[in-house]
Design a binder for this molecule. Structure first.
Ligand SMILES: *Cc1c(COP(=O)(O)O)cnc(C)c1O
Length: 378
């Protein structure tokens, strides 16, 4: 089966992980801050907090922004469940903003209308989570302007989009958001096996996220309260978690980062080749804005009779996938009161959506097989 996504591991990656295994620290050592520093440098963020997944990064970002019971978080239905679940973890309510039918990202007009209505109802969200779907950046200038106007905090879910650019800026510079989150799962752009990171320009937010990453415990005397017993003392200031990344993971991530541009360049080449090979077929190809550089995590197309096409492709050894089953239609969210018809653009897109294989290890021969199988299925 040709997978829809997979990691690319080099001899240098293996050597970097093995070197950590022979070193003094398997976790809480020097590789984690080095990895944080390198991601921060590449994306132009002031601070970075590495964790064991993007899901954890979303959670500590919400906690650091003070999201809690009685608050509301908005995200899009066309995403992985983690973008919404982070709100529920904090005891907040979750609601959704429909997507734009062209970009498949958060619709700025739907967001505007929903903010106007929410302000009238006295129920503005505390946090919104736009998702850079497939690696294509959302319109962050517009979303950031709306957030400032309504006093809403913004967490960019850039799980698909490390290395992506918007105009002259990198996704992750947080020019229009409070925090940006990346995932290092093996199907994403660069991997640490499991892993994630939250980046921000706000030192206080970074400090709070670091606290929530590790049990809410500090060893920094400057942060301690009351009497400090001695140099052995640490204090728990918040109810945090163990969301730490290991040094093995950070070393793999650091080594992978040296190929970030090459990975994206190869994804760009393969996507351009799909664009050419699919031209003229009854297939909706993904939109790409010429002013942006998409990280091209996914190559999602739209077809009629999606289920039949899906079965035919899987039967031909093509590991197609579907991104995404709208989150509000998951049984857990239906039980919270969501229903079919509430976010029609995301629902309509889902009915036609099928993700073709795209990753740096994909060969042109494999790609030709994908396209021939798709033609036969249509
Ligand atoms: C993969 C993904 C996540 C979760 O990432 P993990 O590192 O697996 O926790 C969150 N949001 C989106 C949009 C994703 O694609």
């Amino acid at each position: 089966m040709i997978p829809y996504g997979r990691q690319s591991i080099s001899d240098e990656d293996v050597a970097a992980v093995v070197a950590v295994l022979w070193s003094d620290f398997l976790t809480q050592g020097p590789a984690v801050p080095r990895f944080e520093g390198e991601v921060a440098r590449i994306v132009g963020a002031g601070h970075a907090v590495a964790v064991n997944s993007a899901t954890s990064a979303l959670h500590i970002a919400c906690l650091a922004l003070g999201l809690g019971t009685g608050d509301v978080l908005w995200t899009v239905p066309n995403t992985f469940v983690a973008s919404a679940n982070c709100g529920l973890y904090c005891g907040a309510a979750v609601d959704f903003v429909d997507i734009d039918p062209v970009t498949l990202n958060m619709s700025v007009s739907a967001l505007t209308a929903k903010l106007v209505a929410a302000e009238r109802a006295g129920r503005l969200p505390k946090v919104i989570v736009p998702v850079h779907f497939a690696g294509e950046p959302c319109d962050m200038a517009a979303i950031g302007a709306l957030a400032r106007r309504y006093g809403v905090r913004v967490i960019e879910d850039a799980s698909h989009a490390i290395g992506a650019r918007q105009g002259g800026r990198m996704v992750g510079d947080c020019a229009h958001s409070d925090v940006t989150v990346f995932s290092f799962h093996p199907v994403k752009i660069v991997t640490t096996a499991e892993g994630g990171m939250a980046v921000t320009q706000d030192a206080a937010l970074a400090e709070r996220m670091a606290l929530f990453r590790s049990h809410g415990i500090t060893r920094d005397p400057a942060l301690m309260r009351g009497e400090v017993d001695g140099p052995w003392s640490y204090q728990q200031l918040e109810l945090g978690y163990n969301y730490r990344m290991t040094d093995l993971q950070a070393a793999l991530g650091l080594s992978q980062l040296s190929r970030l541009e090459a990975f994206i360049a190869r994804r760009q080449e393969l996507a351009a080749r799909y664009d050419r090979l699919l031209a003229g077929l009854p297939v909706g190809r993904p939109h790409r804005d010429g002013a942006n550089l998409s990280a091209l995590h996914l190559y999602p197309v739209q077809v009629a009779r999606r289920a039949e096409v899906f079965h035919a492709l899987r039967g031909a050894g093509v590991g197609v996938n579907v991104h995404y089953h709208p989150v509000h239609l998951q049984p857990y969210y239906r039980a919270l009161g969501f229903a079919v018809g509430q976010f029609p653009v995301a629902e309509g897109y889902y009915d036609r959506a099928i993700t073709l294989p795209l990753h740096p290890m994909l060969t042109e021969a494999e790609q030709d097989h994908v396209v021939a199988s798709l033609k036969a299925a249509l």
